[in-house]
Design a protein around this ligand. Structure first.
Ligand code: KIV
Length: 290
């Protein structure tokens, strides 16, 4: 029986000044392999809107879609903590709808949820989730669901003032019960200062080396998604080339008749083959006599 990563594991990692890893996954087999590779937290990010569903922004993904991917990933992750992103509008209408949507994610196998932003409503929601038994990963800095209000993909915390504002929000979220905070597109120095002033771990998404953890979208890491690449994404593989190569070779093999071969087919027994042949011959005779 594998020991599951929990909020306590992550807290201890920060206390020991060690680091943990977070990657996104959207399907069962990817989650299984990330888990096998030792990734500590698997996030069903709403980035799946773009990389798995082809939408332009995260706004378009719905709660029902997130539920399907959450269920699949949760089945594949045995050791890693599974955190699912609450999509746009699934948690901001009212607290009781939010808690229902969040509770359903746990029923589907999530061990926690991620919620963007910080205001009085979000602080109340984080508190209520924690009371309900659902760990909350917060998300500050650039928050993609608010990109229209922010005015684009803009770096956050670029001055002392805005860094202090993020820290203040982070402290309030920590007090409300959040177990960790993603800092997205925050300058390294600001993120370091914020990290050093919190007891809960920070997770860098383009926030430099000094956070307690690093997160990346697995499609960027694997070189699968090629429509845009954030500055902070590092490509460890070239899955796009692998997929293209395999699909092209399959296409050629099908068209020249070299797929399938003898080892890739099912055969009738000699007796059943003879019976089929005899039947075909008889059918031919019947049709030529008619
Ligand atoms: O949606 C996502 O994948 C995310 C992470 C990159 C933090 O929010």
């Amino acid at each position: 029986m594998v020991k599951k990563v929990t909020v306590n594991t992550l807290k201890k990692i920060k206390e020991n000044r060690e680091k943990f890893s977070v990657l996104t996954a959207y399907d069962y087999s990817t989650a299984k392999y990330l888990d096998e590779a030792g990734i500590d937290v698997i996030l069903i990010g709403d980035s799946l809107a773009m990389v798995a569903l082809g939408y332009e922004t995260t706004h378009s993904v719905g709660i029902e879609e997130m539920q399907i991917f959450t269920k699949a990933v949760a089945k594949g992750a045995k050791r890693a903590m599974v955190v699912t992103d609450m999509p746009f509008m699934s948690y901001t209408i009212d607290i009781s709808t939010a808690l229902k949507n969040i509770g359903n994610m746990v029923k589907l196998g999530a061990n926690g949820v991620k919620i963007e932003g910080c205001n009085d409503y979000i602080l109340e929601l984080v508190k209520r989730c924690t009371q309900m038994g659902v760990p909350v990963m917060s998300h500050l800095g650039f928050t993609p669901q608010s990109q229209n209000v922010i005015g684009g993909h803009l770096i956050q915390g670029k001055s002392l003032n805005t860094t202090l504002q993020i820290l203040e929000q982070a402290k309030q979220l920590e007090k409300a019960g959040a177990f960790s905070i993603v800092l997205e597109m925050v300058p390294e120095e600001s993120a370091k200062f914020i990290t050093e002033n919190l007891t809960i771990p920070t997770i860098s998404c383009g926030a430099g080396l000094y956070c307690d953890a690093q997160v990346m979208v697995s499609d960027d890491l694997l070189g699968k998604f090629d429509e845009f690449k954030p500055k902070f994404a590092r490509k460890y593989g070239d899955m796009k080339s692998l997929i293209l190569d395999c699909a092209k070779r399959f296409n050629e093999d099908v068209k020249k008749g070299s797929y399938p071969n003898e080892n890739e087919i099912y055969k009738l027994s000699d007796e059943d083959a003879q019976e089929l042949e005899k039947y075909i011959k008889e059918q031919k005779n019947v049709s030529t006599h008619n």
